[in-house]
Design a protein around this ligand. Structure first.
Ligand code: WT7
Length: 658
């Protein structure tokens, strides 16, 4: 059994379980203990409970079509518009003046958008996009940091039926260009720049560089975020966002009625090969699943103030800052800054001031809070909190308990939600009003989700054993395909554990996990060449490709290493060409190449030079061994190596480096 990246986590649940407090259960959206069973006996019709949270232009008759598996279709004869569901219907139900987004800017700015405000802005920008030539099904790329114009642009696209492809603002010009090229996207929404720890940082120059290499003409809208702090000039085919909105002030655009299976958005994510994968999400199934999980797992109610402290540039923010909470008509807090600026109590100050009810963040943040100590949260009144959530990587019992104790005051349930860009929405988690919590374990599959831990043959493992995390039946939020092609979709996710001849399909997540006798799943980590660094999913092959681009580099292998704080870092092993001395200049060139190909998030914590990489007799780099070396683990059998002598040298090098 291969277990990677999960190695340093104490993944064994601590034994002490927690029942949801009565006070929580009494008010929970979902508190029926029979829900798991009900969904099971009524599958797939159980999922109408999710679809019924939405407003449909045309009701659907068919819940699931599976005749073209693994290309499943959900609610496929229904029609709806996502922006209508997130905006218009709340105005119609008298919630016009209810806050939709409370934005907290990096410089301490605050802006509140009521549903009416958001409706106006989205309509104006939708009218502007139409005027620029955006048509239904055109892919619009959005390259914005955490400013309100980001969700506004997404919803404007959704309104006119143009799929958006949001590219995380911290990614490089090259990464943006690759994604725009792959999606053949002719529209870009970006900004002049944003603040990084008080300094103005130029985003537009990255966007400009990206466009240079593209074959297609690109029409670009630029949001002025920095005003005089970073003057910029608009070129041909460039428009100022605010001027455009002024031009279309007061205009409204009919929401385009979309087929449930029409693409709502594309989201690029890292995979096992160098090329990022364009994950395609549907309108109906996706929105139903995110709305349902926002309701059942995050327990969001319209009058709550809810805060998911993620970035909208990744799937978590799409599903749980924008679409899920807004579909339910709640108040979603959107935070532009970092947790430690201006001070380490910044998040708790925001929770206190906004009386936040529900808080959702990543284990890496929780480990940082724990390290900083409880003085920071203790300075604030956090008693408004009712529920806490985590997502993104395994959380071991210690930080889980710390979170519950010091942020949740000991009486908030904590949901550890497992899901992926590809699953669209939460697929494994306790239901906070129903299930017992076991710190260190994500919990049972959601009602209706057939998550299973299996061995290499695809058979269920015994309780306590580790295996591959798979999902045996379709679910509404699942990716429909990859933009790059159906074939790659099947190869990447389905081939490994399916039997197409028998028409039996099983999705493979790329994760390993353990399951206990109660069916609780503890996720261990990735089994493929993907590492998870502070919630950023990085493909080791992409990073290796960037290193290999550097003059004088012969070969590179990148692995994940768990540091003392339990966070995964990028570790790069590099061998140079014989005539090239591995000096500081090569190191600098490597770091620069990675930053320019992917972005600063992919910078290695260490670059270890070695005359050779350890290889099998057939010439495959032994990444597994390099990962063990990086993590200071006992090394297993190295006899399969062609060059076993190199291992000692690398170990010595790593020892010096750390
Ligand atoms: C990978 C997906 C969708 C959320 C953000 C990340 C890891 C996610 C958990 C969890 C253990 C988790 C998995 C997964 N992961 N949630 N609760 N416990 N691991 O989305 O970038 O698509 O990454 O994140 O390894 O495969 P993503």
């Amino acid at each position: 059994m291969v277990e990677r990246n999960g190695r340093s986590q104490e993944t064994t649940p601590s034994g002490s379980t927690h029942s949801p407090p009565d006070s929580f259960v009494e008010q929970a959206n979902v508190a029926d203990p029979a829900i798991h069973e009900r969904f099971e006996t009524n599958w797939p019709d159980c999922w109408t409970r999710a679809a019924d949270l939405l407003s449909w232009d045309e009701p659907y008759d068919t819940v699931l079509e599976d005749d073209d598996a693994p290309f499943y279709r959900w609610f496929s004869d229904g029609r709806l518009n996502a922006a209508y569901n997130c905006l218009d219907r709340h105005l119609e139900s008298g919630r016009k003046n209810h806050a939709a987004i409370r934005w907290e800017g990096k410089q301490g700015e605050r802006r509140t958008y009521t549903y009416q405000d958001l409706y106006v802005e989205v309509n104006e920008f939708a009218a502007a996009l139409r005027d620029l030539g955006v048509e239904e099904d055109d892919v619009v790329t959005i390259y914005l940091p955490m400013i309100p114009e980001l969700p506004i642009a997404m919803l404007a696209c959704a309104r006119i039926g143009a799929p958006h492809s949001v590219v995380f603002a911290g990614l490089s010009a090259d990464a943006l260009a690759t994604r725009m090229d792959a999606a053949n996207s002719e529209f870009l929404i970006t900004c002049d720049g944003y603040y990084r720890r008080g300094d103005a940082f130029n985003q537009k120059s990255k966007a400009d560089n990206a466009r240079i290499g593209l074959e297609q003409d690109v029409r670009t809208v630029v949001v002025d975020r920095l005003g005089d702090d970073l003057p910029h000039v608009l070129g041909d085919d460039e428009w100022d966002y605010h001027e455009l909105c002024e031009e279309f002030a007061g205009e409204t655009v009919e929401p385009v009625s979309r087929d449930a299976e029409d693409m709502l958005f594309l989201m690029y994510t890292s995979g096992t090969t160098g090329e990022p994968k364009g994950v395609v999400h549907s309108t109906g199934g996706y929105l139903a699943h995110v709305a349902w999980t926002s309701h059942a797992v995050l327990d969001i109610k319209p009058d709550d103030t809810y805060w998911c402290a993620a970035d909208i540039g990744w799937i978590t923010g799409h599903s749980y800052i924008v679409y899920g909470p807004l579909a339910l008509g709640t108040t979603s807090v959107m935070y532009e800054g970092t947790p430690d600026y201006p001070d380490r109590d910044r998040l708790w100050e925001i929770v206190d001031r906004n009386a936040v009810d529900i808080f959702y963040t990543a284990p890496t943040a929780i480990r940082a809070f724990m390290k900083w100590g409880s003085d920071y949260p203790d300075r604030h009144d956090l008693s408004s909190l009712r529920l806490l959530g985590t997502v993104g990587e395994p959380i071991s019992p210690r930080p889980w308990n710390w979170y519950r104790e010091h942020i949740g005051g000991g009486d908030c349930p904590v949901v550890d939600t497992w899901w992926q860009t590809e699953t669209g929405a939460v697929t494994i988690s306790t239901l906070p009003g129903v299930d017992e919590m076991k710190p260190g374990s994500a919990g049972p599959p959601l009602p209706g989700v057939d998550a299973r831990v299996v061995d290499a043959q695809g058979d269920d493992v015994e309780p306590g054993e580790a295996g591959y995390l798979t999902i045996g039946r379709p679910w509404p939020g699942m990716a429909r395909t990859l933009y790059d092609g159906d074939e790659r979709f099947v190869t990447e996710y389905w081939r490994r554990f399916s039997d197409p001849d028998a028409d039996e399909w099983r999705y493979f997540s790329g994760d390993t996990a353990r399951i206990d006798e109660d069916g609780y799943i503890t996720v261990l980590g990735r089994v493929d060449d993907v590492i998870n660094v502070s919630g950023h999913r990085l493909g080791t092959m992409e990073i290796e490709g960037a290193i290999a681009d550097v003059d004088g580099v012969a070969e590179a292998a990148v692995v994940g290493r768990s540091n003392d704080a339990g966070n995964t870092e990028v570790y790069a092993y590099v061998s140079t060409e014989r005539e090239r001395e591995p000096d500081a200049a090569v190191r600098t060139a490597i770091l620069e190449s990675i930053e320019s190909a992917i972005g600063p998030i992919a910078r290695p914590a260490e670059v270890i030079f070695t005359p050779e990489l350890p290889k099998t007799r057939s010439g495959k780099i032994m990444r597994r061994l390099l990962e063990d070396v990086a993590n200071g683990e006992e090394l297993g059998d190295t006899s399969a190596l062609r060059n076993p002598e190199i291992v000692g040298e690398i170990q010595a090098e790593v020892g010096d480096g750390v």
